[in-house]
Every structure is written in structure tokens, then in C-alpha cells.
Ligand binder design. Structure first.
Ligand SMILES: Cc1cc2nc3c(=O)[nH]c(=O)nc-3n(C[C@H](O)[C@H](O)[C@H](O)COP(=O)(O)OP(=O)(O)OC[C@H]3O[C@@H](n4cnc5c(N)ncnc54)[C@H](O)[C@@H]3O)c2cc1C
Length: 498
């Protein structure tokens, strides 16, 4: 049983806890850190490669991000890249794949072209790929099972030369290995569940675990959905409830996509739209998903967390109102219902095939299976005061020596960014120092406010695609000149066509 006092205890050894421990050890003058993890190893839950989509979400493909948000996510995602490259982790922890946001049909094509024009200064590496180019780069996006071209207009906005994919469990282990090289006292306690955190009679906090009490001046909780569970036990965050949204995947039996293909995301939903990714743990076979299913467990495949779910939801009339507001939105209602059906055996494959065919029109039933044992839980947070679902991550900064972080997607990408934020708070509270310059120097590319000039050649491609769409419309008009015009046609964004 430990009796000594640590300056900082981190509860939860997922990617967030490991990144925070590394950031403290490398960039501050804090001298003693403990990491307490419930299971036998770090990152066996949501940060494990089979639980998440392994994607670095930089903001270039995430069509629901504003330019401002993408500016932040680009900075934090680069931290992962720079850490991995700085430690020679290429093709072991970090991988480079082709990736694109993919639009189908006139509206989506125009949306992506417009987005490209807005975002290409922040992401100057983006390219615009029309149908002809896609035949070469991702043929399965273009052809159906009979080898015919799909009839709709399509476009991809993507890149072939970025670091895109990470095994976040391996990254967690690398953080731990690197801490051991630092001049800091660091202890990791595995197989040890934190049951309670209490204010100590003398100073700081007592962290009560299954294997005894630990003492710290500061406690940072990075325990996923259980962060809120522990916060509630201490009397914090009672205005928040947790809605665990499980995500499952479907795996193909061979590589059918060369890279990552992301669909356009509904901005009302906090979940990534359906995408196909080469799985680095399955020989590059394509993993489609994730789905989204609200379930009464805080951890996937762990029925023992059923009671914790009810305690963390804090079910009351405000939760009912928040859920009612959510379900009133037809987009959300339909999305949740469809995703529920994706978990119903037999039926799920048919329904999923229909959805995935938007990406791969020639996908066949015998090419993929429900990926058993894959998937994780996104701890989405419900704000009871505002009676609404919070779209991203949530943290409780208590104003004392405690932080509680809940990190749904893309929490793995932002682990070092979140650690930077938390470290600033921790050193301020403890009267210690954070070497921001050293951090920036090693992990960031600097600021992105001075943007490079737009790429004229790519703008020309955008306008060529628009001209092609305009020609199709003109032909359509000539063909239907004697008939009633089609509704869809008049809804098309003519005004934007050049
Ligand atoms: C289907 C899906 C797809 C995703 N795809 C992506 C993606 O492509 N890119 C991306 O960036 N993000 C993605 N995410 C999100 C990402 O996986 C999470 O944001 C990230 O893993 C969260 O890391 P964490 O360390 O905060 O939490 P976790 O990985 O959940 O780790 C929490 C840790 O705390 C431990 N713990 C819990 N309670 C206690 C306790 N009482 N005592 C001690 N330890 C405790 C747990 O055992 C666990 O190890 C995805 C998530 C899902 C579910």
C-alpha cells in the first residue's frame, strides 16, 4: 500500500492520461507523478486500436468543423505527428494513407468544392479529385459490381502525403517509455481501480483504490465516462450526465479501399459520418463504421459497468427533456434508429450494405462482416442546465486541485493538446512551471495565422468540375425542355456555378 504523497496523480491510463503524464514529465518541473489504471495495461479500452478508427482528425476531412475549429485541431493533431516523427515511430505507431472527404451528387459535390475553397489556405496540401482521377486513386468509389461507372457526380477532396493513422495504444506505451527517461519520479499502478477521491485532512487529496490509498496535491482524472462518475461522487458536475454511445464496425475480407474515405457529416450529430479506413491491425483490410448506439454501459464489452451508467446519467426530468429535444430532431431520431438496426443480427448486414454502397457502389454481401469485438464507447455529455447534448469533449475544472476530463471522439487526436491545456492549470495551482517554449518547439509547427497563398492550379480544377456540372445541367434542360422541370434540378445550387 502506498502512503507517500505524489505531486500529481492521474486516474486512467488511456491515451489522455498517458499523454498528460508525458507532458508533465517532459515539460514541467513537477517531480513526482503516479498513474493509476484499472486494467492490466494502458489503453485497453477506447484508446485501443480495435476500439477506434485510428484516425488523426486534423480538420481537413471533417466536414462539420468550422475553419476556426480546424485551425485548433490542425495544431493539436500536428503534436501527435511531431511526437511520432521525433521518436522514429513511422510505420509502427503512425502511418500515412491517402485520405479524402467524398461527396456524392450535385449538392454534396458543390458543398465540398466550396469547402475546399474555404479551407485550402489552412490545408494547402489538399487536392480536388474528379471522377477520372478517382478511377485511378480509389476505383471502388466509381464502379459498381458490373464494372459500370456510378451515374452520380462525385468528388474527393484529399491528400496522399500526410500522416493520417495512429495506433493510439502503442502511442500510449511510447509515452510511458519516454517518461522513464525523464528526471522525474514516476510510478504506474495497473490493475487498480480508483473508487473515490476525497479531500485530505492535511493537504491535497486521498485517492482511494481497491489496493489502498494514495495521496496527491493534484488529481487529474482521465477515466473516460468514469471521470464524470468520480466527479459526481465528489459533488462536482451534477449539471452533467453521460450518454455512452457505442460505436461498432464492419470489416471487409480484403483491402477494397486504398485509403481513408470520409462522407459528409451532418453538423447536428456529434459522431463522424460513415467512413472506410484501411485497418493497420488487419493487414489494411477496409474497416467501415463506426455506428452509433446508445447503450447502458460505461465501457464496451463490460456489463459490470451497468450500474455506473445509471449513476452517471443522473436520470431526472432535465435528462428526459434533453433526450426529448434530441429525439424531436428528425435527423437525430432517424440516425439513432438506423444505427440501432445496425446492431440487429442478420438485418444489420443488409442495412449496412445499403449505407456503405454510397461509398462503394459495388460492395457485395460476401465482402464484409460485422467486426466482432471491435468498437468502443464515446462518453457524450448531456448538459442538464441547457438540456442538450454537448457536441465535443467536456472537462470539469473545479477551481481546486482537480480536473475531470470526458473525451469522446476525436479525443485521441487531441490528447497532447488537452494535456497542454491541463498542464497549464496544474502548474498554476501547484506553483510550478511549464516550459511552453520547449513544448512548442518540439511538438508544434508554430501558429498558422499567416496562411500561404491559395493554390491556383487546384482552384482551376474546382472550376473545371463546376463547368462540367453546368454542362450536364444544360444538357438536362435541353432534354427536358418540353417536360415539367424536375424538383431536384431547381434545388441545385445554380447560383454558385461559374
Ligand atoms: C468507435 C469510436 C471511434 C473513434 N475514432 C477515433 C478516431 O479515429 N480518432 C480519434 O482521435 N478519436 C477517436 N475516437 C475517440 C477516442 O477513442 C477517445 O477519445 C480516446 O480513446 C479517449 O481516451 P481517454 O484516455 O480519454 O479514455 P479511454 O481510452 O477510455 O481511457 C480511460 C482509462 O481510464 C481507466 N479507468 C476508468 N475508470 C477508472 C478508475 N475508476 N480507476 C482507474 N482507471 C480507470 C480505463 O480503464 C481506461 O484505461 C473514437 C471513439 C470510438 C468509440
Amino acid at each position: 500500500m502506498a502512503t507517500k504523497n505524489f505531486e500529481v496523480i492521474i486516474v486512467g491510463g488511456g491515451i489522455s492520461g498517458c499523454a498528460l503524464a508525458y507532458t508533465i514529465a517532459r515539460y514541467t518541473d513537477i517531480k513526482s507523478i503516479a498513474l493509476i489504471e484499472k486494467y492490466e495495461d494502458v489503453s485497453t479500452l477506447n484508446s485501443k486500436g480495435t476500439s477506434n478508427s485510428q484516425t488523426i482528425h486534423a480538420g481537413d476531412m471533417e466536414t462539420n468543423y468550422t475553419l476556426e475549429k480546424a485551425h485548433t485541431t490542425k495544431r493539436t493533431s500536428k503534436m501527435i505527428e511531431r511526437y511520432c516523427l521525433g521518436h522514429g515511430l513511422q510505420n509502427d505507431v503512425i502511418y500515412s494513407h491517402q485520405k479524402m472527404a467524398f461527396g456524392v451528387g450535385e449538392k454534396e459535390v458543390e458543398f465540398l468544392l466550396h469547402r475546399y475553397e474555404e479551407f485550402n489556405q489552412l490545408f494547402p496540401y489538399l487536392e480536388v479529385w474528379d471522377k477520372e482521377k478517382l478511377k485511378e486513386l480509389e476505383p471502388r468509389l466509381v464502379y459498381d459490381q458490373n464494372g459500370n461507372e456510378r451515374p452520380e457526380e462525385i468528388v474527393g477532396v484529399g491528400t496522399r502525403d500526410q500522416w493520417t493513422t495512429v495506433d493510439f495504444q502503442k502511442l500510449s506505451k511510447s509515452f510511458i517509455k519516454e517518461i522513464e527517461k525523464e528526471d522525474v519520479e514516476f510510478e504506474i499502478f495497473l490493475n487498480n481501480e480508483v473508487k473515490d477521491i476525497e479531500k485530505s485532512g492535511k493537504r491535497g487529496y486521498v485517492v482511494k483504490t481497491l489496493r489502498g490509498n494514495f495521496y496527491a496535491d493534484f488529481v487529474a482524472t482521465d477515466a473516460g465516462a468514469h471521470s464524470l462518475f468520480l466527479a459526481h461522487r465528489m459533488g462536482f458536475g451534477h449539471n452533467l450526465g453521460c450518454l455512452p454511445v457505442a460505436g461498432s464496425f464492419y470489416m471487409t475480407n480484403q483491402k477494397i479501399l486504398n485509403g481513408k474515405v470520409y462522407m459528409i457529416q451532418n453538423p447536428k450529430l456529434p459522431f463522424a459520418a460513415l467512413h472506410g479506413d484501411p485497418d493497420i491491425l488487419a493487414d489494411g483490410n477496409t474497416r467501415f463504421g463506426p455506428t452509433a448506439l446508445v447503450m447502458p454501459y460505461l465501457e464496451r464489452f463490460k456489463p459490470g459497468t451497468y450500474m455506473d451508467f445509471w449513476k452517471t446519467l443522473r436520470f431526472d426530468t432535465d435528462i428526459v427533456k434533453a433526450l426529448w429535444k434530441l429525439l424531436k430532431e428528425s435527423d437525430i431520431r432517424n440516425y439513432l434508429m438506423t444505427n440501432f438496426l445496425y446492431e440487429v443480427p442478420v438485418l444489420n448486414k443488409y442495412l449496412f450494405l445499403r449505407a456503405a454502397k454510397k461509398i462503394v457502389p459495388g460492395l457485395k454481401m460476401d465482402e464484409f462482416e460485422y467486426a466482432d469485438g471491435f468498437g468502443g464507447v464515446r462518453p457524450q455529455v448531456l448538459n442538464k442546465d441547457e438540456q442538450k447534448l454537448m457536441l465535443g469533449e467536456a472537462s470539469i475544472f473545479t477551481g481546486e486541485g482537480l480536473i475531470f476530463n470526458m473525451t469522446p471522439s476525436p479525443g485521441a487526436t487531441s490528447c497532447l493538446g488537452n494535456a497542454e491545456r491541463d498542464v497549464k492549470y496544474i502548474v498554476k495551482y501547484l506553483g510550478k512551471n511549464f516550459d511552453q517554449e520547449h513544448f512548442n518547439d518540439e511538438l508544434t509547427e508554430g501558429e498558422y495565422c499567416v496562411l500561404p497563398a491559395p493554390l491556383e492550379s487546384q482552384k482551376a480544377v474546382v472550376n473545371l468540375i463546376r463547368a462540367e456540372i453546368a454542362r450536364t445541367h444544360e444538357k438536362y434542360m435541353q432534354d427536358t425542355i418540353h417536360n415539367a422541370p424536375d424538383e431536384e434540378f431547381w434545388n441545385a445550387p445554380h447560383s454558385k456555378l461559374k
